[in-house]
Design a protein around this ligand. Sequence first.
Ligand SMILES: Nc1ccn([C@@H]2O[C@H](COP(=O)(O)OP(=O)(O)OP(=O)(O)O)[C@@H](O)[C@H]2O)c(=O)n1
Ligand SMILES: C[C@](O)(CO)[C@H](O)COP(=O)(O)O
Length: 230
Amino acid sequence: MEYRVVIPAAGQGKRMRAGKNKQFIKLNSLPVIVHTLMVFEKDPQCTEIVLVINEKEREEFLSLLKKYKIKKVQKLVPGGQERQYSVYNGLKAVEEDGIILIHDGARPFIRRETIHQLVEKAHLEGAAVVAVPVKDTVKRVRNMEVIDTVERSSLWAVQTPQAFRLSIVLKAHEAANRDQFVGTDDASLVERIGEKVCIVHGDYSNIKLTTPEDLIFARAILESERGERE
Ligand SMILES: Nc1ccn([C@@H]2O[C@H](COP(=O)(O)OP(=O)(O)OP(=O)(O)O)[C@@H](O)[C@H]2O)c(=O)n1
Ligand SMILES: C[C@](O)(CO)[C@H](O)COP(=O)(O)O
C-alpha cells in the first residue's frame, strides 16, 4: 500500500540546548534528519517525502539531500511558528489524495514494519497513530501539587508517524485554523472534528530526540540494533 510522508523539521530544538537545529546533530556520523529520511527513502511503498524546513536552513538541507542521494524529497516547504502550522504547510504541498503520514524529523528510529502496519490501518479506518502503553504513573499537577492520579490502564503515549486519509487531516487542520485551535499532535485535530483515530502498537525505541539525555538513549539504541535497521 503506497503512501506519502510529510516530515516536519522546521523547529529550533530549544530543549536540546545544542545551539542549532537538533536535526543536524550527528548520530554515528549521520545527521538525525538523514537517519529519519533514509527510512522512507529506502521504503519502496513510500512514493514522496515532503520536508518542512526553516527557510534559513534551506541550503544546509539541500546539501544533505545531495550528499546522501535522497531523491524522494522533491518539495522543501517553509515551516511555521508552531509544529501544527509547519505540518499544514506540508500537507498543502501534497497534490494527490491517498494515505499521508506525518512523522517528526526528530524521530529517527521508526521501523518499516510499524509504518506498514500503520498505513494499512489508516487505509481501513481513515486515521491511525503509533503509540506505546504508558509505563510511569501519570498525575495531574497544579502549582507543584498533585491534583489527581490518572488511571494508567487506558493511557498510551502517542508518537509519530500519524497516518490519515489526506482529505480527513486537511479538513481537520482547516477546522483548527478556523477555530484558532493549536494541538500538540495532528490526531487531536482529527479527533476534534469527530473522526475515529485508531492505535497501532509501536516500539519504546521510537523516541523523539527532545532533550540532551535523549542523545544518550539514541546512541545506545543504534549500538544495540547495529545492522538490524534496514
Ligand atoms: N514550528 C515547528 C516546531 C517543530 N517542528 C518539528 O516538529 C518535530 C517535533 O517538534 P519538537 O520535538 O518540539 O522540535 P522543536 O520544536 O525543534 O523542539 P523545541 O520545542 O525544543 O524547540 C520536530 O522534528 C521539529 O523540527 C516544525 O517543523 N515546526
Ligand atoms: C507529535 C508528537 O511527537 C506526538 O508525541 C508530539 O506531540 C510533538 O510534541 P512537540 O513538543 O512538538 O515535540
